[in-house]
Design a protein around this ligand. Structure first.
Ligand code: FES
Length: 682
């Protein structure tokens, strides 16, 4: 056996023998240990920090003595003096092997570090972004052997990092010469490599060692809102998240109204394109300011969006998406630059990646959900519902994945609801109605107390109770159904029929008074018959989409349901089942995945291999078209009842017994209802 020192790296467990004097970084590279370095071992970037362990390690069969690594050297001392180095840490490029040693690579020194995702069930993201930093020393020019600065930079990258065949845009060339000389022939370059066409491309260059970071944006471009996550491309940490209303809203609330705007108004598509691009620029500046970084350090952006947003972002006329056969200009993933999209706030050479679309109605946002939730890897049959103005649904398991979209409209987001509002402080987000007294209690965003708990009035004094948001209206309607205030057809009973003076007549229908602050000049928040109808339409569309996928799959039940979307995260599983928004499933099998499309965008931003993966997966997803499918209409009509006209909900009936109430439109004893109304309390 060789007497060369044995090194064991943790946590990887990789081990090997190397001649005494081998730098730890060199040993790590040879063993394929994930140890970072931007400066290539020059002792200036500190990315290569390691922690040696001393003593007995029976598990590894190693005894580590004090002199196992070379002595602390002047480079490490200089670094520690200037920047500080945690006790026990060494620079892997400076410390050399002298004896057997166990070396821990802390998470921050790993190139492919794992970023933990919030949902407990979610797999971590492995960092491997398309853009990385490399520090190089470039040869100075020599009159006798004339070569260009870019060629010498290329040679340096090849010799020092084994990267060849680079390219650079003209705008980069324009700053190359000055930067090389300013850095005294030492520069850091940002190099972009992805699975798209083309050679590795230098997208930015800084003199000397660049230490102010490298950032990327993951943008979920929705019809109603645009959400952005600013991510540190070295650590994968989201350093700021921000959102804004989509400025295209002024051209139409939902997708089809925007397509019709483009159809009816010459140049309307260009107007909407300009609006959304300006909005993204504003959001980019705002999020960079919030994080305190220069927006020019944003060198990567990933977009996920539905097909109409996709076309409008790209400056493509969305008219074809408004009519069968709903042809996309392209469904492929796109590799672009910020100027291609007219985006001016980020680095002018920032690379843009847009996930592939699944089909004319199922976009890159659904692809991102598939990337995040991986239905194709699920052993049990999972239905993933991304709830928004347009809902995307994925149904699948390891055998097959199907997708469709369903036009739910904005009711789930609080729009088209009489007292509806966006989810903001003061909005009612939770509702409970006592089945006996029919009295409600509510919770509002920004306060953890229920309205019947002590301190609620004080805690909500500033925000007030201003309206009802999407999750609030879902709970309100479901609670009304459970309390016998609304019947299975969706009709609100009169005061006489329901036994509560909170049911007040409104023309020929009734409304339920959820909250009344009119005594003090505040609002009266009612759930009207119109609100119930709007929710019924939205939930029927969602359910019908799910049923269509189930028909295609040849099943009449699913094993589990995942509610996704920023809004999906706030929906109570029980209330979603009572309402019949989703097919019946055991309550503990209805879970929330948060903003899965946004997470998919983050994965594609942080891991270049995930881009190839989703491009492959999208090709295998079967698209089901809802708009032209006659069974969609049948399912839609049957799903109008709460929870459903014909489909049984056996799992739901294990936890909830729904009253058999049936109200007629007349509402019974109006005089009685009027008397009770006068006695009503708020
Ligand atoms: Fe840069 Fe060690 S590799 S300091």
């Amino acid at each position: 056996m060789s007497n060369d020192p044995l090194v064991v790296f943790t946590p990887s467990g990789k081990r090997g023998r190397f001649p005494a004097g081998t730098p730890v970084l060199a040993a790590a590279r040879q063993l394929g240990v994930d140890l970072d370095s931007v400066c290539g071992g020059r002792g200036i970037c500190s990315k290569c920090q390691i922690t040696p362990s001393y003593g007995e390690f029976p598990k590894h069969g190693v005894t580590v003595s004090e002199g196992a690594l070379s002595e602390w050297n002047s480079v490490e001392q200089r670094y520690a003096d200037k920047r500080g180095l945690q006790a026990g840490r060494r620079l892997g490029c400076q410390a050399t092997l002298q004896g057997d040693v166990v070396i821990d690579v802390p998470p921050e020194s790993q190139v492919h570090k794992q970023v933990i995702r919030k949902a407990a069930s979610a797999r971590p993201i492995i960092m491997d972004p398309a853009t990385r930093l490399y520090f190089v020393e470039v040869e100075e020019p020599d009159m006798h052997t004339p070569t260009g600065d870019l060629e010498r930079l290329e040679r340096a990258l090849s010799e020092q990092w084994e990267i060849s065949g680079i390219t650079a845009d003209l705008s980069l060339l324009a700053k190359l010469q000055k930067t090389l000389r300013k850095g005294n022939w030492q520069v850091t370059v940002a190099l972009h490599r992805d699975n798209g066409p083309g050679r590795p491309r230098i997208t930015e260059i800084w003199p000397g060692l660049h230490e102010t970071g490298l950032y990327g944006l993951a943008i979920d471009l929705g019809s109603t809102t645009i959400a952005a996550h600013l991510t540190d491309l070295e650590t994968g940490i989201v350093i700021a998240s921000s959102g804004m209303m989509n400025p295209q809203i002024r051209f139409g609330e939902d997708l089809m109204s925007r397509v019709s705007y483009a159809m009816m108004n010459p140049g309307g598509d260009a107007e909407m394109t300009a609006a959304v691009r300006n909005g993204i620029d504003d959001l980019t500046r705002a999020i960079a300011a919030e994080a305190g970084i220069d927006p020019a350090l944003i060198l990567e952006t990933v977009f996920v969006c539905n097909p109409v947003m996709h076309h409008l972002l790209l400056g493509l006329d969305p008219v074809e998406l408004g009519q069968a056969p709903f042809a996309l200009a392209t469904s492929q993933a796109l590799h672009l630059t910020a100027p291609d999209l007219g985006l001016n706030a980020m680095n002018p050479r920032a690379r843009i990646y847009i996930l592939p679309c699944i089909a004319g109605h199922v976009g890159a946002d659904a692809a991102a959900v598939a990337l995040s939730e991986e239905p194709g890897k699920s052993q049990d049959l999972v239905l993933i519902v991304d709830v928004g103005t347009n809902a995307e649904l994925l149904l699948g398991n390891t055998s097959r994945v199907l997708a469709c979209s369903s036009p739910t409209g904005p009711a789930f987001e609080g729009a088209q609801i009489s007292s509806g509002q966006r989810a903001a402080p003061g909005a009612i987000e939770r509702v409970e109605i006592d089945p006996v007294s029919k009295e409600p209690r509510v919770r509002v965003i920004g306060c953890d107390l229920w309205s019947d708990e002590e301190g609620f009035a004080e805690a909500t004094a500033t925000s007030g109770i201003t309206g009802i948001c999407g999750s609030g209206i879902i709970e309100a309607v479901a609670e009304m159904r459970m309390a016998g205030i609304v019947d299975a057809s969706g009709l609100i009973g009169s005061a006489a029929q329901t036994g509560t003076a909170r049911c007040v007549p409104e023309g020929r229908t009734h409304s339920y008074l959820l909250h009344d602050a009119s005594d003090t000049g505040g609002p009266r928040i009612l759930v009207t018959q119109g609100d119930i109808r709007a929710i019924q339409l939205a939930k029927s569309a969602l359910y019908a989409g799910a049923r269509l996928l189930m028909d295609e799959m040849g099943v009449d039940k699913v094993d589990r349901v995942v509610l996704a979307g920023a809004f999906g995260a706030h929906i109570s599983s029980k209330h979603a089942l009572v309402l019949g928004m989703i097919p019946d499933a055991p309550l503990d099998k209805v879970t929330s995945a948060g903003n899965a499309a946004g997470t998919g965008a983050r994965i594609a931003l942080c891991n270049v291999a995930a881009r190839a993966e989703i491009e492959r997966v999208v090709g295998e997803i079967t698209k089901v078209e809802t708009a032209i499918e006659p069974r969609f209409q049948e399912h839609f009509v049957a799903a109008n009842a709460i929870p459903h006209k014909t489909d049984p909900f056996p799992e739901l009936s294990k936890i909830v017994t729904l009253p058999e109430a049936m109200f007629n439109a007349g509402g019974g004893n109006e005089a009685d209802g009027g008397r009770r109304r006068r006695r009503r309390g708020a």
